[in-house]
Design a protein around this ligand. Structure first.
Ligand code: GUN
Length: 292
């Protein structure tokens, strides 16, 4: 392995410590304790794990955590009613509805119902639009965390070639907007792109967010590139427990890349740290306080 390892766990721990300090200061100087409400509909095992870790991290940062669990059969009207109550609740600064939602619920209708100034996921079209036109917004946590990891190894991004693999609303599209805002030359590639490997190989910064285990191989990577692996895929193992792997073939890629994130311990911890940061930002924004 020649690549430098980008330690997401450490960078996320530092960010969480900074957020906790900010929370302490808000409590002391303004008597405000930010609150994050997380909603889980149904019993998807991966979503249950994520929601539990988000609640735990929120409490550890000194904030209030509100967890709402609805049965898989909950109606869209029930969920929208809950969103309206959280929108109106002054103790709630951030609202996150865990995705995916059951198929009978229109996820867009739910995301549209969340107050944009409490939208700590940054998925509301108003926040997505603000990001696209370069105005201050609540930014989706995974791409925002990925930008922090990129900047940790390369502060000078202007003019760099960036390739984003994947075009989801949650990661690919906002990731491309953030890289563009940092003056990179950005390509968004996806499952219909001709010769994905050749496109990926042009990248000084390669972000993989496709959800396909170890798809990005050695010949996809330009020597010295920064590789950010957003994928979290569980693959079967003989003991039946399964193992987490990213979208990048880590062993092969780390021979070629200049710097690379591991899975687990790369982007994943940053997503939660940035969610906490967004909750504090939302608490300040709603009260007209200056952001630090
Ligand atoms: N499901 C997978 N990632 C996310 C995320 O960042 N936010 C929400 N709400 N759901 C998700």
């Amino acid at each position: 392995m020649s690549a430098r390892l980008i330690d997401g766990k450490k960078i996320a721990a530092d960010l969480r410590a900074a957020v906790a300090l900010d929370v302490d200061e808000l409590a002391e100087t303004r008597k405000i304790t930010p609150g994050l409400a997380v909603v889980l509909v149904g019993e998807d095992p991966a979503s249950q794990v994520y929601v539990r870790s988000k609640g735990k991290a929120t409490l550890e940062a000194g904030m209030k955590s509100f967890e709402h669990r609805l049965p898989a059969g909950a109606t869209q009207a029930e969920l929208l009613d809950l969103v309206q109550r959280m929108n109106a609740d002054d103790a709630v600064d951030g609202i996150l509805v865990q995705l995916p939602l059951p198929a009978h619920i229109d996820a867009n209708a739910v995301l549209d119902a969340i107050r944009p100034d409490k939208d700590v996921d940054g998925f509301h079209p108003i926040n997505a639009g603000k990001l696209a036109v370069g105005r201050p917004a609540l930014v989706p946590c995974t791409p925002w965390g990925s930008m922090r990891l990129i900047r940790a190894v390369e502060p000078k991004l202007a003019g760099k070639r960036a390739v984003v693999l994947g075009r989801s609303n949650i990661v690919g599209k906002p990731m491309a907007q953030l890289l563009l805002a940092a003056d990179c030359t950005v390509t968004v590639a996806h499952s219909k792109t001709n010769d994905l490997a050749a496109v990926a190989r042009e990248a000084d910064i390669l972000v993989a967010a496709v959800g396909r285990p170890a798809m990005v191989g050695r010949d996809w990577i330009k020597p010295g590139a920064i590789v950010i692996d957003v994928g979290i895929n569980r693959v079967p193992t003989p003991d039946g427990k399964g193992r987490l792997v990213g979208d990048v073939d880590f062993a092969a890629a780390s021979d070629v890349a200049g710097a690379i994130t591991p899975v687990p311990g790369g982007v994943g911890p940053m997503t939660i740290a940035c969610l906490l940061e967004n909750t504090v930002r939302a608490a300040k924004l709603r009260r007209g306080l200056a952001l630090t």
